[in-house]
Design a protein. Structure first.
Length: 151
């Protein structure tokens, strides 16, 4: 099978002469100039499949350019408001203490205190483990729903 090599110079790629390679893809030529790619092959079902694979690799390589992504910012006051509303709907608005003390939110359900650390999303309830797990699940699911997705 005949294959071609493509040599890169600082500003462009140059199509080089064909050479014999036992595993080469049956693509007649692949010329890359700046941001354009020209692929030529003899059309038949097998060669079309190989050319599609070469094209897919070229397109994937073009999309793998590292991008700078701005850090994700979570609006803590918005999360706190949503959390208070969610807990108020789950248990009762009177159960939620609207005063946040040192990054901790207090919830009182059936005379059992539940403390939610708003920084680490840790939930503590010494009296009822089931209640602690229920509130912990609600807090983590709400946080994951509100947090922006990193693209």
């Amino acid at each position: 099978m005949i294959g071609r090599t493509v040599r890169r110079t600082p500003d462009r790629y140059i199509d080089c002469a064909p050479h014999a390679v036992p595993w080469a893809v049956p693509v007649n030529s692949c010329l890359v100039l700046s941001r354009f790619v020209v692929i030529e092959w003899v059309a038949n079902p097998v060669n079309d499949m190989y050319a599609d694979a070469v094209l897919a690799v070229v397109l994937k390589a073009d999309n793998d350019v590292p991008r700078t992504v701005a850090p994700l910012k979570v609006d803590k006051s918005h999360f706190n408001e949503c959390l208070m509303e969610l807990l108020g709907e789950m248990f009762s608005p009177s159960c939620v203490d609207r005063l946040i003390r040192g990054e901790k939110l207090r919830l009182v359900v059936d005379q059992k205190d539940v403390w939610i650390d708003l920084r680490s999303l840790d939930v503590q309830c010494e009296d009822d483990e089931v209640l602690q797990q229920m509130v912990s699940t609600a807090v983590t699911k709400l946080h994951s729903a509100i947090t922006p997705v990193k693209l």
